[in-house]
Design a protein around this ligand. Structure first.
Ligand code: SAM
Length: 224
């Protein structure tokens, strides 16, 4: 539950040095500003995408965000083991235990993120539980706030009803526009959506269908 994990009061209080110690120290030695997180994998589960993004984008900081304590601990250990096995790599991957629906704006600043991922989000099938879905109108306003104009929001699900819901909410939001399939064919991150995560691999093994909707954060009046 929410009471049992610490939440930074705001982005300035979020201790990035603890998450990315080598990169942080390196920047300090060179007298540079500490590097900032650009990619967030929301509901990262066992961290497959977080790790693969860190491989594919070695110069970007990737943060997995996960609600379940034990799962978060697993991802933490996974990343530490990878760092040990492959010196110099995976320094750009980390994970935090949090309730992203409640607290995502405590971790990042306005316009800080360039990619935001929601892979195989919990479907919350019953209509009375739809307000618990992680893509919805009020939360899209927060995601738009955190995403830099031009940044991308990725969703994929094996639940058709949820896919349609995510598409419809994104379509209805004035600060998001759909990214074409042609553009996604050349986007390495989009290629990781199905094969990159534990849940995606399970769906692929079972020959299941998936619904992928990717939207671009476009500039609005408050970005001028
Ligand atoms: N994205 C992973 C994948 O594709 O393998 C995990 C998918 S799993 C079905 C959904 C994950 O989202 C679970 O691990 C769950 O604990 C996490 N989750 C659900 N609500 C969350 C929230 N509000 N904040 C952070 N994580 C959440």
């Amino acid at each position: 539950n929410d009471a049992s994990f610490p939440v930074p009061l705001g982005p300035d209080a979020f201790d990035l040095a603890a998450h990315y110690p080598e990169l942080h120290a390196g920047a300090a030695e060179r007298g540079e500003a500490p590097p900032q997180v650009e990619f967030a994998d929301v509901g990262c589960g066992f961290g497959g995408l977080t790790v693969r993004l860190a491989e594919a984008y070695p110069d970007k900081l990737v943060m997995g965000m996960e609600l379940r304590d034990k799962v978060t601990e697993y991802v933490k250990e996974r990343i530490l083991a990878l760092r040990k096995q492959h010196p110099g790599r995976y320094r750009n991957a980390s994970v935090v235990r949090t309730n992203a629906m409640k607290f995502v704006t405590n971790y990042f600043r306005k316009g800080q993120l360039t990619k935001l991922f929601f892979l195989f989000a919990d479907p919350h099938f019953k209509a009375s539980n739809h307000r618990r879905r992680i893509i919805q109108r009020t939360l899209l306003a927060e995601y738009a706030y955190l995403l830099r104009p031009g940044g991308l929001l990725y969703t994929i699900t094996d639940v058709e009803d949820l896919g349609n819901w995510q598409r419809d909410r994104l379509e209805a939001h004035p600060l998001f526009e759909r990214v074409s399939e042609e553009e996604l064919a050349n986007d390495p991150a989009a290629q990781l959506l199905l094969q990159g995560t534990e849940e995606g691999q399970k769906v692929a093994r079972n020959g299941g269908k998936t619904w992928r909707h990717v939207y671009r954060r476009i500039a609005g009046p408050s970005d001028q």
